[in-house]
Design a binder for this molecule. Structure first.
Ligand code: DWN
Length: 393
């Protein structure tokens, strides 16, 4: 059984490395972004990983709580988990700015977060916080200090962990005998169906199918007992796992495995087709933007996302096509986007009636953004590449 490379997204920068100084621009880190399918485990991963400290450090800029969609999502998630499992002790891996954890009392929850600026936030909110990457060593320290956990939660974090063997082993050892491990990450099936290749960037070391997770978790005595398909982040799966044979297996597990198999996720042909679809999307997006630019329209991008770093660098879309990017994140404003160096400014400074078209870098918030930007949409258009290049009315 082989590992087969099926997609080449070219030379890419660190997706969230927004640049300010001449020195940062001169020394910008770049790497070759290619993607591999493992025929044995069915896992899809980057062929080469970027050193974690280069991505997740004290200057990290992605705040989960900046959108209403995410704030509501995590409140509802916390409420549902409390209702279903009544955990007494909970640990979150990759707690970001505490958007999920703050729905739990201080005494019952522990945060693990490697980015110092974010670890500071949960610490200030009163949570025991470990400013660390999730490793076996850390898991042992936490188990020694606090015992085993009833609920281990991680959102958009496990797919960022390069060494899954160590991560799952540590989780298995940290979970109480009747505990549950709940995690959500982008769905490989949704990505392939919707051609949202921009889910692939340095931070996303793996894009998970339920199939691949089932086989890897089993190695560590963990079993998936339920799967929920979520619309969040353009299509994610929430995986519920427990120690083997401790819970009844819900039919959603088999349903998801069947759906993935029917789509072809278990063999290389589907990935080869995906690669062709990605190339077509690039050609169509470049054609559209170039045509609009020839007609002298002003085009900006909405949301300086990690995803748009992939799109712009893969398609070689720079300031000649996109005048600037608007984003509500202060830490991104006044800087240049990674790789292609498009200026990022605040929506207040740049999203006005001089704009004709806006590429929706944050397409996963289409509903929230189109609601908010009704006036723009009266005479202008958003552009998206998902599931194919088109205007949003
Ligand atoms: O896994 C990850 C996901 C969950 O979040 C990370 N590795 C990094 C990050 O990826 P992303 O940057 O693609 O995430 P978002 O949530 O799509 O980013 C949205 C961006 O758009 C933020 O910078 C905020 C901005 N935004 C905005 O300017 N106006 C968002 C909304 C909703 C808005 O109205």
């Amino acid at each position: 059984m082989a590992k087969i490379e099926f997609l080449d997204l070219g030379i890419q920068p660190i997706a969230n490395n927004f640049l300010l100084t001449a020195d940062q621009i001169k020394n910008e880190y770049k790497f070759h972004l290619t993607v591999t399918f493992d025929e044995e485990t069915k896992l899809v991963s980057l062929s080469d990983f970027v050193p974690p400290e280069l991505m997740f450090n004290d200057s990290y800029v992605y705040y989960s709580s900046l959108s209403q969609t995410m704030r509501s999502h995590f409140k509802e998630t916390a409420d549902a988990l409390i209702r279903e499992f009544s955990p007494r002790k909970i640990l979150e891996i990759g707690s970001n700015d505490g958007v999920f954890l703050k729905n739990f009392e201080n005494e019952m929850a522990i945060a693990v977060e490697p980015c110092g600026n974010f670890a500071e936030i949960t610490k200030n909110l009163g949570y025991t916080t470990y400013k660390n990457f999730w490793t076996s060593e850390l898991a042992e320290e936490i188990a020694f200090n606090h015992g085993r956990q009833d609920l281990i939660f991680a959102a958009n974090c496990i797919c960022h962990i390069q060494n899954l063997d160590e991560a799952f082993d540590a989780i298995s050892k940290s979970l109480s005998s009747s505990g549950v491990f709940v995690f959500e990450d982008p769905s490989l099936l949704k990505m392939m169906e919707r051609n949202s290749y921009d889910q692939i960037y340095d931070e996303h070391a793996h894009i998970f199918s339920v199939t691949s997770l089932k086989s890897i978790l089993r190695e560590y005595g963990l079993e998936i007992f339920k799967v929920q398909n979520l619309s969040i982040h353009g299509g994610s799966n929430r995986i519920f796992a427990c120690h083997e044979k401790t819970r009844k297996i819900d039919k959603s597990v088999e349903e998801n495995l069947t759906k993935e198999n029917n789509f072809g996720l278990n063999s290389i042909a589907a990935y080869r087709q995906f690669s062709k679809n990605v190339q077509r999307s690039k050609d169509q997006l470049l054609d559209l933007l170039s045509e609009l630019k020839r007609k002298k329209y002003k085009i900006v991008s909405y949301g300086a996302t990690s995803k748009s770093t992939t799109v712009f660098n893969y398609c070689e879309i720079g300031p000649d096509l996109i005048d600037y990017i608007v984003d509500t994140t202060e830490a991104k404003q006044g800087k240049l986007s990674p790789g292609v160096h498009i200026p990022v400014i605040s929506p207040e400074d740049g999203f006005d009636n001089s704009v004709n078209y806006a590429f929706l870098g944050a397409w996963n918030y289409e509903k929230e953004i189109t609601q908010k930007e009704k006036i723009f949409l009266e005479s202008n258009r958003f552009i998206t590449h998902v599931p194919h290049v088109r205007f949003i009315k």
